[in-house]
Design a protein around this ligand. Structure first.
Ligand code: NAP
Ligand code: ZN
Ligand code: ZN
Length: 347
């Protein structure tokens, strides 16, 4: 075991504050990574504040991890000390169920192990995430990253990137499709960049007027202010695909009405409370409402390789770890341009 500096939430209302965790001793298949940057996902905040329920305290969030390998176990084949590596939202799964065998570890029938607030398969307890100096992860859940780009811009790909890439690929979004992305935050800005790169016509649906210029800079072709009824009306029955990334309670019906015949709306945003959906908004135009959870390990590697090839990184605001609580407050207000990333040298 080794004592590792970290930042943790001690309970649902406490600030995120310094704490020391014990990391396990390296196992034969472990990759030990010194964490250099860690992105801040809204899921970190939902979990730290127990907004979804089930948070085990102290909680060390962080699942957009990039760093340098400091050591590898004897059986590790794919990685060497000194190389760059990344870890996303999962650190283990059963590997034998139908979903795991297909590379859909996020839907493991026996339960994946989340990078934080997860339960280790060996019974050793709660997992701790990336707001820490180092992490040990089984090589099967470690990803390769390019050394072509600033690492801070790569970190958010590990959650915001894959969470938007996976549904866009699954629903085969591409040239000729009209795509709406709801909410311009961490996930939303990656959704825009990726959908544009796949050749779709992309409209940003935002409740913040001041984000219009940025949305266009990110590549969005159109901007609709969702609080303006006239603007919303102008895109009724318009979209083939809508990606909903909103973190707070909102009206799904408003967006369902914007889908054309056979259109799909996919929720990736995970507001804590359920929301009513009118059956008529699905019946009319034979619309589909679906959800999607991050992405499996092979698809995450595919996404990282795709982004490296197409020069796609996240737009980030790098922060000192002592400013984490302020970053959380700004995230609640939707004031993120467009992902906070912690420089772990400040820990
Ligand atoms: P974020 O950076 O805070 O962005 C959320 C955006 O939602 C905001 O920027 C804002 O965009 C919009 N929004 C916020 N409050 C709103 C309100 N009351 N009404 C309408 N729009 C509102 O969050 P994120 O990190 O992208 O995460 C978004 C959500 O996805 C979270 O719930 C998170 O837990 C979830 N998530 C899910 C998965 C998955 O696998 N499915 C993975 C990661 C995260 P505008 O200002 O443009 O309206
Ligand atoms: Zn996340
Ligand atoms: Zn499984």
């Amino acid at each position: 075991m080794s004592a590792t500096k970290a930042y943790a939430a001690k309970n649902a209302t406490a600030p995120i504050e310094p704490w020391t965790i014990e990391r396990r001793s390296p196992k034969p298949h472990d990759v030990q990574i010194e964490i250099l940057y860690c992105g801040i996902c809204h899921s970190d905040l939902h979990t730290a504040r127990n907004e979804w329920g089930g948070t085990v305290y102290p909680c060390v969030p962080g699942h957009e991890i990039v760093g340098r390998i400091t050591a590898v176990g004897d059986h590790v084949k794919r990685f060497k000390a000194g190389e760059l590596a990344a870890v996303g939202c999962m650190v283990d799964s059963c590997r034998v169920c139908n979903n795991c065998k297909q590379g859909l570890e996020q839907y493991c029938e026996n339960g994946m192990v989340l990078t934080y607030n997860g339960q280790e398969k060996d019974g050793s307890g709660n997992t701790y995430g990336g707001y820490s100096k180092q992490i040990l992860v089984h090589e099967d859940f470690v990803l390769n990253i390019s050394d072509k780009f600033p690492l801070e811009g790569i970190a958010p790909l590990l959650c915001a990137g894959i969470t938007t890439y996976s549904p866009l690929r699954h629903w085969k979004v591409g040239k000729g499709d009209k795509v709406g992305v709801v909410g311009l935050g961490g996930l939303g800005h990656m959704g825009v960049k990726l959908a544009v790169s796949f050749g779709a016509e992309v409209t940003m649906l935002s409740h913040t007027a001041s984000k219009e210029k940025d949305a266009k800079k990110l590549g969005a072709h159109k901007f609709v202010l969702t609080s303006d009824a006239e603007q919303v009306k102008s895109v009724t029955n318009y979209f083939d695909f809508i990606l909903d990334t909103v973190s707070a309670e909102h009206d799904y019906n408003l967006y369902l009405n914007l889908l054309k015949t056979n259109g799909n709306m996919v929720c990736v945003g995970a507001p804590p409370s359920p929301a009513p959906v009118s059956a008529f908004n699905l019946i009319m135009n034979r619309r589909t409402l679906a959800g999607s959870l991050i992405g499996g390990i092979p698809e995450t590697q595919e996404m990282l390789d795709y982004c490296a090839e197409h020069n796609i990184v996240s737009d980030v605001e790098v922060i000192d770890i002592k400013d984490i609580n302020e970053a959380y407050e700004r995230m609640v207000k939707g004031d993120v341009r467009y992902r906070f990333v912690i420089d772990m040298a400040t820990l």
